[in-house]
Design a binder for this molecule. Sequence first.
Ligand code: NAG
Ligand code: NAG
Length: 167
Amino acid sequence: MHSFGYRANALLTFAVTILALICAIASFSDTLSTPTPTSNVQVLNINRFQKKPDGDDEVSLTFNISANLQSLFTWNTKQVFVFLAAEYETPKNSLNQVSLWDGIIPSKEHADFWIHTTNKYRFIDQGSNLRGRNFNLTLHWHVMPKTGKMFADKIVMTGYRLPQAYR
Ligand SMILES: *[C@@H]1O[C@H](CO)[C@@H](O)[C@H](O)[C@H]1NC(C)=O
Ligand SMILES: *[C@@H]1O[C@H](CO)[C@@H](O)[C@H](O)[C@H]1NC(C)=O
């Protein structure tokens, strides 16, 4: 005859096995959906554009960041971390990446949004390379699942340019 302890243990083992199976299915089903997020960012104003006393360029911008990231949300999505980065090339570096804004999207209902904002983090170039500089604005995201692997992707928006003169 099995003791109560033995049966409780067997039940627990069974429950843990089922749970592991559900987690595996959950993270697998996530890889089957192909999300189609969209984003559009307008630079509404150049608020300030200066060479700082230490010689580095700094610019302050006002944006309208709009995005629809609802397709990133499945029942297995805990939250989505997004950040907007300016990406540009200089004679010294083929990729300079400056994070300008970020946010956490807690649910699908909040994933279709627009925000009128200035850059939350300072846009500084280590040097004096920003005048007349072409740049891309890239919206990066990290999807944090309830279970399974985190995944990241981005949308690159091209064709932005800083003015030729400080102001
Ligand atoms: C920002 O962009 C969104 C979508 O393109 C638009 O609906 C909204 O009116 C814009 N807001 C501002 C302040 O420009
Ligand atoms: C912007 O992105 C495009 C496409 O990925 C790339 O070809 C281009 O070099 C980028 N431009 C800059 C200034 O980084």
